[in-house]
Design a binder for this molecule. Structure first.
Ligand code: SAH
Length: 361
């Protein structure tokens, strides 16, 4: 986005239609062109106005003069032994963010970033270490979907079936752009709300706003401890919105009657995996009808922590199940390419990869 032209990929469908309607009206062009352009963007995956071949050349040029279709560039793509594929995207100002494609059976989950860097500084997550760089725009968020989908289709991965906001950044700290991107994915690109999950470390006003939305977007809450004191050691935001306040917001989400909440719980050996924590966690999950997703900790640089042994994770899971809670143990994916949860840290890694000059297209 080198200049001040409006990036059409940032605009929610209604705004896009209104903006294009104004543009064509001023040019005295019939308004069926509006739908044509919107179709090129949402269904035709157009990356330029020149590609909109059923528009007269002068209209393509006029669109290019007035608007932009800016997408971040793919800087690199790394494919793991387990076929997990990580894209590194270079934004127009040089910032780098990542998205990850995770194939599993007949599912292809795409994990996208909502910010360059992250301000939350969770102690176990590498993304937070580089600090916060900036918010992504709606177009930059959606472009990860557009670009990763394009790559997936070209490389035999098939269609993306699920989108999770679990990449870099805290989505509910960038609500304007993230909420616009949700509308775009759902109403623009026709991606089902029930197949989209927003993951948050617990930004209460964001959870409340998400609860108020009529669509059934999923919510995952990064809990990591049912105890306030331990959670505070892991997640600085716990000081601002402690568990009881968080629970209040989650009750609203649950009562809105959309989707079941997921608790994410990263299992760190000797830190938050004591079986004595199970009853409190089960009680919270019970009250909210929540699933619990146990994630073996993924090692990050400069920290001695390791994942809980599998036996402990299984005992923890069994303890929850015995109390009537639905539990999944998440398999670590893409560790060899640093694509697993908490490992996305483009600052150094990204630069190293870019210097290698590996191309991805
Ligand atoms: N900011 C959002 C989304 C990004 S993190 C959030 O916190 O939910 C996506 C998930 O990965 C979160 O549940 C996070 O706690 C988890 N995670 C972070 N670092 C991890 C690590 N080193 N190992 C395993 N999971 C990790």
């Amino acid at each position: 986005m080198p200049d001040a032209r409006i990036n059409l990929l940032d605009l929610e469908p209604d705004t896009l239609h209104a903006t294009l309607a104004r543009h064509f009206a001023e040019r005295g062009v019939k308004d069926f062109r509006v739908r044509q352009v919107a179709r090129w963007i949402f269904e035709g995956d157009a990356t330029s106005f020149e590609a909109m071949t059923d528009l007269p050349v002068e209209e393509r040029e006029a669109l290019g003069g007035a608007f932009d279709l800016y997408e971040p560039e793919p800087a690199t793509v790394s494919v793991s032994e387990d076929a997990t594929a990580k894209h590194l995207w270079r934004l127009h100002d040089g910032e780098l963010v990542e998205s990850v494609l995770i194939p599993a059976g007949d599912r292809l989950t795409l994990c996208i970033s909502s910010q360059a860097g992250c301000a939350m500084a969770c102690t176990f997550c590498a993304t937070g270490w580089g600090g916060f760089r900036r918010h992504l725009t709606a177009g930059e968020i959606v472009s990860q979907f557009r670009g990763a989908r394009r790559w997936a289709e070209a490389n035999g991965y098939g269609p993306v079936t699920n989108v999770v906001y679990m990449g870099m950044g805290e989505p509910l700290a960038n609500r304007d752009a993230v909420f616009a991107s949700l509308t775009l994915l759902n109403r623009g690109y026709g991606f089902g709300a029930r197949r989209i999950t927003v993951s948050t470390v617990g930004v209460v006003p964001g959870i409340e706003q998400l609860a108020e939305r009529p669509e059934q977007f999923g919510l995952a809450l990064s809990l990591h401890s049912p105890e306030e004191s331990l959670r505070r050691e892991l997640i600085p935001l716990e000081k601002r919105w402690p568990i009881p306040v968080l629970m209040e917001a989650l009750r609203k989400f649950d009562a809105a009657g959309g989707r079941r909440i997921t608790f994410e719980y990263t299992m760190i050996d000797g830190v938050n995996d004591d079986l004595s924590l199970v009853p409190a966690l089960a009680e919270m999950a019970h009250e909210l009808h929540a699933f619990v997703n146990l994630i073996p900790f993924n090692p990050i640089p400069d920290r001695a922590w390791v994942a809980s042994p599998m036996g402990r994770i299984r005992d923890f899971a069994r303890g929850l199940e015995e109390r009537g809670v639905d539990v999944f143990v998440r398999e670590p994916r893409g560790r060899d390419i640093a694509a697993a949860c908490g490992q996305l840290r483009t600052e150094k890694l990204g630069q190293a990869l870019v210097q290698l000059g590996r191309d991805s297209r």
